[in-house]
Design a protein around this ligand. Structure first.
Ligand SMILES: NC(=O)c1ccc[n+]([C@@H]2O[C@H](COP(=O)([O-])OP(=O)(O)OC[C@H]3O[C@@H](n4cnc5c(N)ncnc54)[C@H](O)[C@@H]3O)[C@@H](O)[C@H]2O)c1
Ligand SMILES: [Zn+2]
Length: 363
């Protein structure tokens, strides 16, 4: 079991990564300063797989438990489903010391966190992430949100969890495509953190593909440690937290152009990361072998290197609609070297167009 501390003053909390953590979560609830009720928010697939064992373990918390399952996928991150969570919380008479517990991937996590942030001006919130993406990224850092028809995550808040319990055993049942999507964020973090991370991943690619729990423990804790440091220094994304968006400028446009169906978030990040590294070679002096290593890793995990299913012209236009386009200038996270990210505003549009065209050719 590994413990990572997110230092945020009185809002500090622990991320625990390990196996068989449901009883520990129950103990945390029993010992915490909570009123007698808790609401577990999950999705239908996770409910079928884990709600039975999770609720059984949570009985030890001594809290009266209720449960709501939302549909799988992005459409649950809506005002409609947030409303159903409020309805359930009111019906069960939850008060502002009753924890909301997200059991599932980034979708139940973001949605439950948003509901917790707004219910009675802020109820406590626990994360029990069950996807790799949520364990290495979404469950840590306190960004919570729902979607608006005009864009993803447009309605949101910063609301830190009281604790995160990342049970590695749940990753065994994750579909291959979701597992690979989480690995794209891991590779992104490896680029940002440096320190031989890319070599570590390359050297263990077979163990990673086999979902070896020991190597997953190292990966989840190392990613959380990096994110925890960044978030501790910049909770509200005024500065260094932007680094976490490496590869995401292209990725958001590719995802949106694919209607959020053709490519998963992680697949779009894989392609976007290669684009950011190509731009980094041109504008930040990044050595070419880094992009080569990253391509090797992405291929080894079955992630795409190009996104030929979306149209380059339309995707180029979508880039500028990204909510991060400031004064008509796009903000780019580039890499000087692994471990040395930097932020650059306004690269020449022609260079961006050419890089994008190369990314969107049929692979
Ligand atoms: N808040 C943040 O900082 C942050 C960061 C990154 C991503 N996100 C958000 O996270 C979401 C994506 O997260 P995700 O990829 O975890 O999506 P998800 O929650 O939709 O999970 C993906 C799929 O895996 C299934 N699943 C979950 N756990 C499983 C398990 N253990 N075994 C089998 N199936 C399982 C789910 O039912 C779902 O169908 C997006 O909405 C994104 O915006 C948030
Ligand atoms: Zn991401």
């Amino acid at each position: 079991m590994r413990l990572i501390r997110v230092e945020l003053g009185e809002r500090s909390y622990n991320v625990v990564a390990g196996e068989g953590l449901f009883p520990l979560c129950a103990q945390f609830l029993r010992e915490g300063n909570y009123s007698g009720k808790a609401l577990v928010i999950t999705d239908r697939t996770v409910e079928r797989l884990y709600a039975g064992s999770f609720m059984a373990a949570l009985r030890e918390s001594g809290l009266a438990l209720s449960q709501i399952a939302v549909p799988d996928g992005e459409e649950a991150k809506s005002l409609e489903w947030a409303g159903k969570i409020y309805d359930k919380a009111v019906e069960e008479k939850l008060d502002r010391r009753s924890p909301f517990i997200a059991l599932g991937g980034g979708v139940p996590g973001d949605l439950a966190g948003f509901a917790a942030a707004t219910y009675m001006r802020g109820a406590p919130f626990l994360q029990v992430p069950t996807t790799l993406l949520a364990q290495v990224d979404a469950s840590v850092g306190g960004k919570v949100a729902i979607n608006h028809p005009a864009g993803k995550n447009m309605i949101g808040a910063f609301h830190q969890p009281d604790a995160v319990f990342a049970d590695l055993e749940t990753l065994k049942t994750l579909p291959a495509r979701d597992y690979a999507s989480g690995l794209a964020e891991v590779i992104k973090t490896a680029c940002l953190d440096g320190g031989g991370w890319l070599d570590f991943l390359l050297g263990r690619r077979d163990l990673i593909a086999a979902r070896d729990l020991k190597v997953l423990g190292e990966i989840v804790s190392r990613c959380c440690r990096y994110k925890a440091l960044i978030v501790a220094g910049d909770e509200r994304e005024q500065g260094q937290r932007m680094f976490l968006n490496l590869g995401h400028t292209f990725a958001h446009a590719i995802e949106a152009e694919g209607g959020f169906r053709l490519y998963t978030h992680g697949e779009a990040v894989a392609v976007g990361l290669l684009g950011a590294l190509a731009l980094s070679e041109e504008f930040a002096g990044l050595q070419k072998n880094v992009r080569q290593e990253v391509s090797e890793l992405l291929s080894a995990f079955g992630l795409p290197l190009t996104a030929g299913k979306v149209d380059p012209g339309r995707t180029f236009a979508t880039l500028w609609r990204d909510k991060k386009a400031l004064n008509n200038k796009l903000r780019w996270v580039l890499l000087k070297a692994p471990g040395e990210p930097l932020v650059k505003d306004g690269l020449p549009p022609e260079a961006v167009r050419e890089t994008l065209a190369a990314l969107l050719k049929d692979g």
